[in-house]
Design a protein around this ligand. Structure first.
Ligand SMILES: NC(=O)c1ccc[n+]([C@@H]2O[C@H](COP(=O)([O-])OP(=O)(O)OC[C@H]3O[C@@H](n4cnc5c(N)ncnc54)[C@H](O)[C@@H]3O)[C@@H](O)[C@H]2O)c1
Length: 264
């Protein structure tokens, strides 16, 4: 097993990629602290415990540094020092062209997707450095490198995560800490299943693999990056997208697609 004896904290663990990661990492021997803004995250903790590992729950908003401090303390109190942080919580639903995207939507997307990761890293990095071991995995997106029509807040927040990732590496690699970003393409979560079929089909058509990714495929990449074996991978941007990034600039660019997908 890759993660025997490690304590992991995963944000956004109530569903989707975060929930799958909690279960896969537990299967690799980790105890898993699960965080979400939704109380349904309790169910993920129960599923981790069913796999014979310890779990702890904290319900908070990653965008609020005070709640983050209290929540991380709660998980640490229950499970012990945090070895691995997975910054997965994210919002993906502010969809509008830049001229019509509200400042509130832009700011909330940056607060959750980018400042959320900053807030969590601030709480765990000092103790990781003191123990000379740590793994941080930031869940970015192919949108960070290609941009995404009608999702400027999302794309900018995910691109910001890349700068955050690399700077943490520069500052802490000598302390035994790795910090890497993964860049998923379209993954078959409930949210993606609920997208208008035309958008989903257009995205699959732009993916050389001609399919959606599976949450478990992303979770296994996270498990490897969290492990001892990945100790020399640092400051990396790792796509997991079936080749989609090679075509990403065409995503959502067709007029009929632009007109279909708007949440204004
Ligand atoms: N699904 C995809 O195709 C895809 C592609 C690229 C990147 N990603 C990224 O992967 C991550 C997970 O995506 P997913 O598809 O599983 O999404 P999801 O919406 O199913 O899960 C995200 C989780 O984060 C939680 N969350 C949202 N805001 C929060 C906050 N302020 N504080 C705490 N928790 C919060 C949600 O409640 C939810 O449980 C996100 O960062 C997303 O941007 C997903």
């Amino acid at each position: 097993m890759l993660l025997t004896g490690k304590v992991v904290l995963i944000t956004g663990a109530a569903r989707g990629i975060g929930r799958a990661s909690a279960l896969v990492l537990a299967g690799e021997g980790a105890d898993v602290g699960v965080v979400d803004i939704l109380p349904e995250v309790e169910e993920t903790a129960a599923a981790v415990e069913k796999r014979g590992r310890r779990s702890a729950v904290a319900v908070f908003d990653v965008a609020d540094p005070v709640q983050v401090r209290e929540g991380v303390e709660k998980i640490r109190g229950a499970l012990g020092p945090i070895d691995v942080l997975v910054n997965n919580a994210g919002i993906v639903n502010n969809v509008a062209p830049i001229a019509r995207m509200s400042h509130g939507a832009w700011e909330r997307e940056l607060a959750v997707n980018l400042s959320g990761a900053f807030n969590l890293i601030q709480e765990v990095i000092g103790p990781m450095a003191a123990r000379k071991w740590g793994r941080i995995i930031n869940v970015s997106s192919v949108a960070a490198v290609g941009g995404l029509h009608n999702q400027v807040g999302y794309a900018a927040s995910k691109a910001g995560l890349l700068g955050l990732t690399k700077t943490v590496t520069l500052e802490y690699a000598r302390d035994g800490i790795t910090c890497n970003a993964i860049l998923p393409g379209l993954i078959g979560t409930e949210l993606v299943a609920a997208m208008p079929a035309e958008i989903r089909e257009s995205a699959v058509a732009s993916t050389p693999a001609r399919r959606l990714g599976e949450v478990e495929e992303v979770a296994h990449l996270i498990a490897f990056l969290a492990s001892e074996r990945a100790g020399f991978i640092n400051g990396a941007e790792i796509p997991i997208d079936g080749g989609m990034r090679l075509n990403v600039s065409s995503l959502g660019s067709r007029r009929e697609v632009r007109e279909t997908w708007r949440l204004e």
